[in-house]
Design a protein around this ligand. Structure first.
Ligand SMILES: NC(=O)c1ccc[n+]([C@@H]2O[C@H](COP(=O)([O-])OP(=O)(O)OC[C@H]3O[C@@H](n4cnc5c(N)ncnc54)[C@H](OP(=O)(O)O)[C@@H]3O)[C@@H](O)[C@H]2O)c1
Length: 306
C-alpha cells in the first residue's frame, strides 16, 4: 500500500497522537474506553468509532496484544501507540498515577550540584511533554522547582498543559519561581497542615494536607487532588518525590529512561529501603522501548493503596 500524508489508510504520528489525546480525554472524563473498539482517525485529527475494517485501528484495552491494525503504520508509530495506550485506556486509566525518571547508567538523575540537562536525549524530553499532555496534573518536588525553575508545560507537543502541582511541605520555595508567576497553567502548591495560613503564592493556590512520618500522607494528597478533579497524575520527579510515591505503593507505573552516561555521585533516582533477600525485591512487569539514544523501561506495579 502506497502511503501519503492524505492517505486515509495511513496512520502517521500526528494522527496517532490525536487518537491518544482523544482517548486520554475520555479517561479524564471518567468514560475510558474499556472494551474492544475500532477507531478511524480523520486527516484533521478527528476521531470516530467505526466498524473494524480498512482504515481502522482496533484497540483491546484488557489484552496483551493491544492493537489490531487495518491501516498502514510505521514501526515507530506502532511503538508510540504501544507505549502510551496503557496510559489512556482500560478501567484503571480514569485514576492513574505514573512516574518518570531520566537517569544515568549509574542511577543518577542529576549531578551533585543538581544539573540534569541532559541526562537523557531530546526524544525523552519530548516524551515528558507528551506525558504532561496525557495527564491531568504534573507533580514535582520542591528541589526540582528550586533547582530547575521548570515551566512544566506541553510546549513541544499538541495538547493542553496539565495543572502543575508542587510538593513543598514546609513552604520554603521563593515566590519568583516560574510556576508561580508565568500563568502558563494552573498551579497548586501542597504543604503540610499548620505550616502557613497563606492562601496563595504568586498565581498559585496553596493547599494543606496532613503529614505522615517525614512526608505527606500520600493517600490524603491523592484524595485532595481527586477532590479537585485531578485523577490522572504524572509524577515527573525528582528522585526523592518518585521514590516516596513508589515506596508508598501509590504508583501504577514508572518510566525509567536510561541515558548512556555515567554521572558519578550525584542525585540518585529511585532509592528504596534495603532488603536482605533477592526474592523480596520489587519486580514490576516491564516493557522496554528504544527512545532515541536512550532505553525506556516501562514498569507496571500493583498499587497497594490510595
Ligand atoms: N532526570 C530527571 O528525570 C529529573 C526529573 C526531575 C528533577 N531532576 C533533578 O533532580 C533534582 C531534584 O530531585 P531531588 O530528588 O533532589 O528532589 P525532588 O524530588 O525534586 O524534591 C524533593 C523534595 O520535595 C518535597 N517532597 C517530595 N515528595 C514529598 C512527600 N511525599 N512528602 C513531603 N515532601 C515531599 C520535599 O521537600 P522538603 O525538602 O522541603 O521536605 C523533598 O525533599 C534536581 O537537580 C533536578 O534537576 C531530574
Amino acid at each position: 500500500m502506497e502511503g501519503s500524508a492524505s492517505d486515509p489508510r495511513r496512520l502517521d504520528e500526528d494522527k496517532a497522537w490525536a487518537l491518544l489525546l482523544w482517548l486520554a480525554a475520555r479517561a479524564r472524563a471518567g468514560d475510558a474506553v474499556v472494551g474492544e473498539t475500532a477507531f478511524r482517525v480523520g486527516e484533521d485529527g478527528s476521531v470516530a468509532k467505526a466498524a473494524s475494517g480498512d482504515g481502522t485501528v482496533t484497540i483491546r484495552p484488557e489484552q496483551e496484544a493491544l492493537l489490531e491494525m487495518h491501516v498502514e503504520l510505521a514501526p515507530a508509530v506502532r511503538e508510540m501507540l504501544e507505549l502510551y495506550l496503557p496510559l489512556v485506556v482500560g478501567r484503571r486509566s480514569t485514576e492513574l498515577v505514573v512516574g518518570h525518571l531520566g537517569q544515568s547508567l549509574d542511577g543518577q538523575i542529576a549531578t551533585a550540584s543538581g544539573a540534569s540537562a541532559y541526562v537523557t536525549g531530546p526524544a525523552n524530553i519530548r516524551h515528558l511533554h507528551r506525558l504532561r499532555a496525557l495527564f491531568d496534573a504534573v507533580l514535582v518536588g520542591a528541589n526540582t522547582v528550586d533547582r530547575d525553575d521548570p515551566r512544566l508545560t506541553t510546549r513541544l507537543v499538541p495538547g493542553a498543559s496539565p495543572t502543575r502541582v508542587v510538593l513543598d511541605p514546609t513552604r520554603r520555595l521563593d515566590h519568583d519561581r516560574r510556576v508561580f508567576q508565568d500563568g502558563a497553567a494552573k498551579t497548586l502548591v501542597f504543604h503540610c497542615k499548620g505550616v502557613t495560613e497563606a492562601r496563595s503564592i504568586g498565581d498559585a493556590e496553596l493547599c494543606a494536607v496532613p503529614g505522615r512520618g517525614d512526608g505527606f500522607d500520600l493517600a490524603a494528597l491523592v484524595a485532595a487532588l481527586h477532590a479537585r478533579g485531578l485523577r490522572r497524575l504524572f509524577v515527573e520527579g525528582g528522585g526523592i518525590t518518585v521514590s516516596r510515591f513508589l515506596a508508598g505503593g501509590v504508583l501504577d507505573r514508572l518510566h525509567v529512561t536510561v541515558g548512556s552516561v555515567f554521572l558519578g555521585v550525584g542525585r540518585p533516582g529511585v532509592v528504596l529501603p534495603g532488603i536482605d533477600q533477592i526474592r523480596s525485591a520489587l519486580r514490576p512487569r516491564t516493557r522496554r522501548f528504544i527512545m532515541g539514544e536512550d532505553v525506556l523501561f516501562d514498569c507496571a506495579f500493583d498499587r497497594r493503596h490510595a
